[in-house]
Ligand binder design. Structure first.
Ligand code: TTP
Ligand code: MG
Length: 358
């Protein structure tokens, strides 16, 4: 895991930026996308706000009624997810060309491993700049890019300067970059952990990095050790193609977001039934099963399991797909999309002979 060069790209005020691009009359105004504001009486939350609305203090996940109090002159819009998904797909297509390995992690963000196509961070910076400009020229949207030696640093870097920022953190600058950042910036450190850490006198990532690891383990268990590693800039997580090129599968967006385990598990069965026929008729055997889950806020996760011996069995896919899904169901969060895919494909002997003949 040496000398990696990873980029993280994140679009600026994504939903609001797409709305502004569609309706030029919004330019220069505060734009808030989210639940129905109902003149201040609306329930539900803000999905996102453009940078002008953020100057009024409006933020993602804030109650829409509070946003209204802070910014009554704002333009309030309901989200148009289909449109955002279309625009996202176009942008991802552009970004993908810049990567050796590409992993989309949300509707507006992706990791790129560029270690094979650039020789150092300076070249990576030039590549990132070119990429940002291509996105802007073709889609009229701005993104911010972070470059670092792993995913952790790249993500923190893309968040560091926004909008339309480019932050490159060379390995030798990593410590100075991380030290002053608040612990909340680390993935997994939520409000509760933040309070516990504060009681230990830990406010910044630098404080956490030099704190005694054993004490953290005593307090937080395995997560304590992981947190300490992150604070020290250690992250070996690789950029993985969401699905390998050679794969078979299906995904579906629910008509209505759901946290109903019965519906979700039934959907897995029917998705697998759909593509299993293809597996049999094409004589495919596979090793890896991947489940993809997208929550209502578009946060997307994939979980995979690889078998030692390739199989083509219907029951095996269903069983493993459900095992991989269960941890997502215990969270009682509404799910928007679910997908199941098999990869690491091999073909049966019959198929091989056919291939050799033609
Ligand atoms: P983010 O990238 O977190 O936010 P953003 O793109 O709006 O703004 P930034 O410039 O800070 O990156 O999320 C991407 C989109 O996901 C966002 O436009 C709307 C949606 N979203 C929600 O619906 N709810 C949320 O709580 C968050 C954080 C995002
Ligand atoms: Mg964004």
């Amino acid at each position: 895991m040496i000398n990696r060069i990873i980029m993280h790209v994140d679009l600026d005020a994504f939903f609001a930026a797409v709305e502004e691009k569609e309706s030029p009359e919004l330019k220069g105004k505060p734009v808030i996308v989210g639940a129905d504001s109902k003149g201040g009486a609306g329930r539900g939350v803000v999905s996102t706000a453009n940078y002008i609305a953020r100057e009024f203090g409006v933020r993602s996940a804030m109650p829409i009624s509070k946003a209204w109090r802070l910014c009554p002159e704002g333009v309030y819009l309901r989200p148009n997810f289909e449109l955002y998904e279309k625009v996202s797909a176009k942008i991802m297509e552009i970004l993908r060309k810049y990567a050796d390995k590409f992993e989309q992690v949300g509707i507006d963000e992706a990791f790129l491993d560029v270690g094979k196509r650039v020789k150092d961070f300076d070249e990576a910076a030039k590549l990132a700049d070119k990429m940002k400009k291509e996105v802007f020229n073709k889609e009229k949207l701005t993104c911010s890019v972070g470059v670092g030696s792993n995913k952790l640093i790249a993500k923190l870097a893309s968040d560091f300067r926004k909008p339309y920022g480019l932050t490159v953190v060379k390995s030798e600058d990593m410590r100075n970059f991380l030290n002053p950042l608040p612990v909340r910036k680390l993935l997994g450190v939520g409000p509760k952990t933040e309070i516990k850490l504060k009681k230990l006198g830990i406010k910044t990532i630098g404080d956490l990095a030099k704190f005694n690891k054993e004490t953290l383990i005593k307090m937080f268990g395995k997560w304590g050790a992981e947190m300490h590693e992150l604070a020290n800039g250690i992250d070996n997580d690789e950029v993985v193609e969401e699905y390998e090129a050679k794969s078979v599968g299906r995904e579906v967006t629910f008509e209505e977001d759901t946290d109903d385990s019965y519906i979700i598990l039934k959907t897995i069965d029917s998705l697998v039934d759909e593509f299993h026929q293809e597996i049999l008729s094409e004589g495919i055997f596979f090793k890896t099963i991947t489940v993809k889950i997208r929550y209502e806020n578009f946060e997307t996760h994939t979980h995979s399991k690889s078998l030692i011996n390739p199989t083509n069995k219907l029951d095996a896919i269903k069983k493993i797909a459900k095992e991989l899904t269960l941890p997502f169901l215990t969270q009682k969060r509404k799910i928007r999309l679910i997908g199941v895919r098999v990869s690491g494909l091999t073909f049966s002997d019959k198929q091989k002979t056919l291939k050799e003949k033609f």
